[in-house]
Every structure is written in structure tokens, then in C-alpha cells.
Design a protein around this ligand. Structure first.
Ligand SMILES: Cc1cc2nc3c(=O)[nH]c(=O)nc-3n(C[C@H](O)[C@H](O)[C@H](O)COP(=O)(O)OP(=O)(O)OC[C@H]3O[C@@H](n4cnc5c(N)ncnc54)[C@H](O)[C@@H]3O)c2cc1C
Length: 511
């Protein structure tokens, strides 16, 4: 048998028929000198174990006479989703360390080879008995995407909102008004607040179409085609857990989505080298990459013999507009039916408190934002920023996440300005003042989305290649420790006024 000619799943099937240890060893050698896929190696070794050849483990561990029954018990796993898993992370030889892999007991996962997938699902998060705004935003985007989908492909697939809570039928109806075709809800007094375990179990149960006929006869497919979650604290947790339960992937913190076909030549996806394959109806999920200066588009594509659905994304609040509420829109509101295990409620929320609202940076004429450019003397940098704030009539001090996550030692009188409540950006506040002054800020995408709607942007930076220059109206090349005091003096002396800057006349020639 030539293993390189088969996908791992095919190989698994063929190995089932081989009982000869020597043949298996030859197959293992051929795999190692060929494609050397981790999952293929594991499958062959598993089979070797099953035919009682433990001496073939890479480190030569364990010998001889293991009893057939226990080896046999492992077998279904080896041919199951474990071996069909992703090849990417070759952490080499961990099967020999005597430890059990933490997910080895995942029996509920069904890696489908020819499944049916339909519809775009949206997890609609609620708080205090109301839909979060991001839930409405996602429904709006889902509506537009699926309308386009039916135009492009001629298939009427639906937007399915799903939610859970205590007495949430009314919110399910609201989801229809905001664009859903179906709203699936699970009511239970214990679900009033977000809880990881029951929320995850219910989501996965809903997505797999499990439950009574009455609660599932509206659909006829294995799993959703797409699923959206909000990139909120709870939504981020839930998205990862649900997608793991459903054995699919997740693109987190996305700010744009579109559906298109995609041609790929990666042999992991096509099944053979040198061949191109077109995937249809692929959800393209755009998110800032970790550097913060580029966007990446994430795709969740099937492997041969193993499908990854739903294609899932979590969505940054504020990325999309909701559609206008229409209480006359028609749709199906369906109660989901499922026994909830008492054990899932071991964590009980006995008390909760609302955090103070914090600092509101929106609605000011001017925002002065400090970034890591203050590193040389963080306390002085902060003082200089505050001086400039004071020079304007209506200004507030903001910071980048770079400051929030830094380990700068601020002196007591300015320390409170270094907290997350003043952060601008994707995971902070979004502002659009008349004037935004960014001192020592590089202009990462995650920062940009929180301030680029400002009327006039002035950047102060020592680096003329700093990305913020691309979206600034004025770029002052210079050290903020020198520029900020001069700017403050000019504002105090009336040489630089807000109106003059907005008109394109900075006043004293700083620009
Ligand atoms: C999931 C995720 C979410 C994120 N969310 C946010 C968010 O909401 N908001 C946010 O801000 N970031 C966010 N980030 C972080 C973001 O990617 C950047 O790392 C961060 O914005 C950089 O902060 P900075 O501009 O202060 O620091 P840096 O990128 O280090 O830039 C410092 C700048 O100061 C300049 N400089 C240095 N010395 C001086 C000086 N003396 N005078 C003048 N200029 C000087 C440098 O040339 C440089 O351009 C997020 C990242 C991730 C991965």
C-alpha cells in the first residue's frame, strides 16, 4: 500500500484490513519518507498497536504482550475524528508520554464527510432582558448577506437568530423585526445570566438540530452553514466553546464579512498536490492581524473527507448597521426543547453589581490621545497631555491600548489616566471629536477604528513612516516631549484655535 496516494481518512479505512505487522511497518516507513503526515503516522501506529506491535513506537517504549482487548478499545478513536484532525501542529511523539490527551474523550463530535449545511445563524446576546445592540447589528449584516446569497446562488437560505434566557420569547420576536427569518429561543429562569456550560450545551444542541420534532422540523440539515457571535466578553467565550463542540473553526474579532467562491491549491484542502479546487459559498471573515497594521481574511475550508461547519466568526460591536426595525416582518419563533442537566448549574450567580460607568470620552470637542511614545518618561508625558487638555475648553485625555497593557510606572497623581476606561479603539471607546490629537501613537488598525471618524486628526510622532500619518490631516514630525508644551502654549495664547485647525490653518505653523 502506498500511503501517499490516500487521504488520512482513506488510509484509516484501508488499514483496517491489514493485520500483517511487517506490511504496516513498511507503510509507516513509506509515510515517513513521503508526506510524513502526523495524523497518518498516528493512524498507522494505532493499527500497529491494534495488531499487537507496540515495539514500533518512536521511542521504543513499552514492549510485548499488551492484551488485545485494551488495544482494541483504542481503535475507534484512532479511526475517528482524532486521526482526521488537522495536521498543522506537529508536537511530535506526545502519544508516548503516557498522558491522555485532554480531548481524547470527545465522543459527541461528528466530522461529517458529506453533510448538509444551510442558513446563517446569529447568537443574539441579551443583557438585562434586552438585546445587545451588537445582536441587532449582526442580524442586519446577516440579512444583507443572505439576501445577496439568494441573488447569487438562487437558494433561499435563512437568517436564524438564536438566544436563551429567562422569558425571552418577546426578544425572539424582536429578532424577526430586525431581519431574522427564524428565531429559536430557550427559556429557563436559570439562564437569566450568561453561564458557560449551559449556554454552550444549548447552542451546540440547537445547531446540531437535536431535540423534539416540534422544535426541529423547521430545518432539514446537519449543521448551520455559517454562525456569528458577538465579540463581547461573553460572546468571545461562547464562540470558542461552541465551535469546538461543533468541531469547526472560528475567526475572532471580525469587522467585515462577505461570501464568495475561493480557489485554492493547498494539498491539505484539495487532497492532491498540484491541483486547484474551487470552494463555493465561502464566508470571508476580515479581521485586523496581530501586528495591528494589516487586515487578514480568514477562510474556514473543508478538508477532503472532513468538513468544517459552521464557518464561524465573532463580530466586533459597531462594525455593521442594523436594519430598520419592522414589527410587521414575518418569521417563525420557535421554542427550543432540551433537558438541562442540573450539574451545568453548579456555578450560581448569587450577587452582581453594575460597574461604574467610567469615563465617557465621546461628545467632547477635542480628544488628546497618548501612546507609547511617552515611554521615556511616562509620568511627564501624561502631565504634558493633561496640560494640553486643560488648554482647550472642552477636551478629554485618552490613551492607546499600548499604554493600558504597558508596565509603565506612573506616579500617583496621573496613574488613574492609564486605565482601560480611557482606551480608544476596537476594544475601547469610539470617538469622533472635532479635533483628535494623537501623540506618540503608531496608528494600529485596532486604534484607528476608534478615532478615524474625527473631523481633524493631528499626529505627533518621531517616525515619519508611522502608519498614523496615512490618515492624519496634520503630521508633526517631532518629539512629543518638545511638541506638546509648544502646542499647549500656542492654544493658551490663542495662536492655535480649534476653528483654525479645522479650517486648515494650524495657526502658528506647527503643521
Ligand atoms: C485583539 C486586539 C485588540 C486591540 N484593541 C486595541 C484598541 O482598542 N485600541 C488600541 O489602541 N490598540 C488596540 N490593540 C493594540 C494595537 O494593535 C497596538 O498594539 C496599539 O494600538 C499600539 O499602541 P501605541 O500606538 O501606543 O504604541 P506603538 O505601536 O508602540 O507606537 C508608539 C509610537 O510612538 C512613536 N514615538 C516614540 N517615541 C516618541 C516620542 N518621543 N515622540 C513622539 N512619538 C514617539 C513611535 O514612532 C510609534 O509610532 C489591540 C490589539 C489586538 C490584538
Amino acid at each position: 500500500m502506498e500511503p501517499g496516494e490516500h487521504t488520512v481518512d482513506e488510509l484509516n479505512e484501508r488499514l483496517e484490513t491489514v493485520d500483517d505487522e511487517e506490511v504496516l511497518e513498511t507503510v509507516l516507513e513509506a509515510e515517513q519518507s513521503g508526506q510524513d503526515r502526523k495524523t497518518a503516522r498516528e493512524a498507522i501506529r494505532s493499527r500497529l498497536e491494534a495488531v499487537d506491535a507496540p515495539g514500533n513506537e518512536e521511542n521504543g517504549a513499552s514492549g510485548g504482550d499488551e492484551d488485545d482487548e485494551s488495544a482494541g478499545e483504542e481503535e475507534p478513536d484512532a479511526g475517528d475524528d482524532e486521526s482526521a484532525g488537522e495536521e498543522e501542529s506537529d508536537d511530535g511523539g506526545e502519544e508516548d508520554d503516557g498522558l491522555t490527551h485532554p480531548t481524547r474523550d470527545k465522543r459527541h463530535v461528528r466530522a461529517l464527510a458529506d453533510g448538509d449545511y444551510e442558513d446563517m445563524w446569529v447568537f443574539c446576546e441579551t443583557q438585562g432582558g434586552e438585546l445587545l445592540e451588537v445582536s441587532r447589528e449582526m442580524l442586519g449584516k446577516a440579512r444583507r448577506l443572505m439576501d445577496q446569497f439568494s441573488e447569487d446562488y438562487g437558494d433561499e437560505e435563512r437568517v436564524v437568530a438564536y438566544l436563551m434566557g429567562d422569558d425571552c420569547e418577546g426578544l425572539a420576536e424582536e429578532c424577526i423585526a430586525y431581519g431574522a427569518d427564524v428565531a429559536l429561543y430557550h427559556d429557563d429562569t436559570r439562564l437569566e445570566r450568561f453561564l458557560h456550560k449551559p449556554y454552550t450545551e444549548i447552542s451546540a444542541h440547537m445547531a446540531r438540530g437535536e431535540g423534539t420534532a416540534e422544535s426541529t422540523d423547521w430545518r432539514d440539515y446537519d449543521k448551520p452553514r455559517y454562525i456569528l457571535f458577538p465579540a463581547t466578553n461573553n460572546g468571545r467565550d461562547l464562540s470558542a466553546k461552541v465551535q469546538a463542540e461543533l468541531d469547526s473553526g472560528l475567526a475572532s474579532d471580525c469587522s467585515d464579512l462577505f461570501i464568495e467562491e475561493n480557489e485554492v491549491s493547498n494539498p491539505v484542502k484539495t487532497g492532491e498536490p498540484g491541483v486547484k479546487k474551487t470552494f463555493e459559498k465561502v464566508l470571508h471573515m476580515k479581521r485586523p492581524d496581530f501586528s495591528g497594521f494589516e487586515y487578514s481574511t480568514i477562510l474556514c475550508l473543508d478538508n477532503p473527507g472532513r468538513e468544517f461547519h459552521p464557518q464561524g466568526a465573532s463580530i466586533i460591536p459597531g462594525s455593521f448597521d442594523p436594519i430598520e426595525r419592522d414589527d410587521d416582518r414575518e418569521g417563525d419563533v420557535i421554542e427550543h426543547d432540551m433537558e438541562l442537566d442540573e450539574d451545568w448549574f453548579r456555578v450560581e450567580i448569587t450577587e452582581y453589581d453594575q460597574l461604574e460607568a467610567g469615563v465617557d470620552l465621546t461628545g467632547h470637542e477635542v480628544v488628546v490621545c497618548l501612546g507609547r511614545g511617552i515611554a521615556d518618561d511616562p509620568t511627564v508625558g501624561m502631565e504634558l497631555g493633561l496640560d494640553l487638555v486643560d488648554a482647550f475648553e472642552d477636551a478629554e485625555l485618552a490613551i492607546t491600548r499600548g499604554i493600558v497593557t504597558s508596565s509603565y510606572q506612573f506616579e500617583g497623581h496621573v496613574e488613574r489616566y492609564s486605565k482601560e476606561e480611557r482606551q480608544i479603539g476596537e476594544t475601547g471607546q469610539v470617538v469622533a471629536p472635532q479635533l483628535y490629537i494623537a501623540a506618540g501613537v503608531s496608528g494600529a488598525v485596532q486604534h484607528k477604528v476608534g478615532m478615524d471618524q474625527s473631523d481633524t486628526i493631528v499626529a505627533i510622532n518621531t517616525d515619519t513612516d508611522a502608519r498614523i500619518r496615512d490618515f492624519s490631516d496634520y503630521f508633526i514630525e517631532g518629539d512629543l516631549f518638545e511638541v506638546l508644551p509648544r502646542l499647549t502654549d500656542a492654544v493658551e495664547a490663542g495662536e492655535t484655535t480649534l476653528e483654525a485647525v479645522a479650517d486648515g490653518h494650524g495657526g502658528d505653523g506647527h503643521e
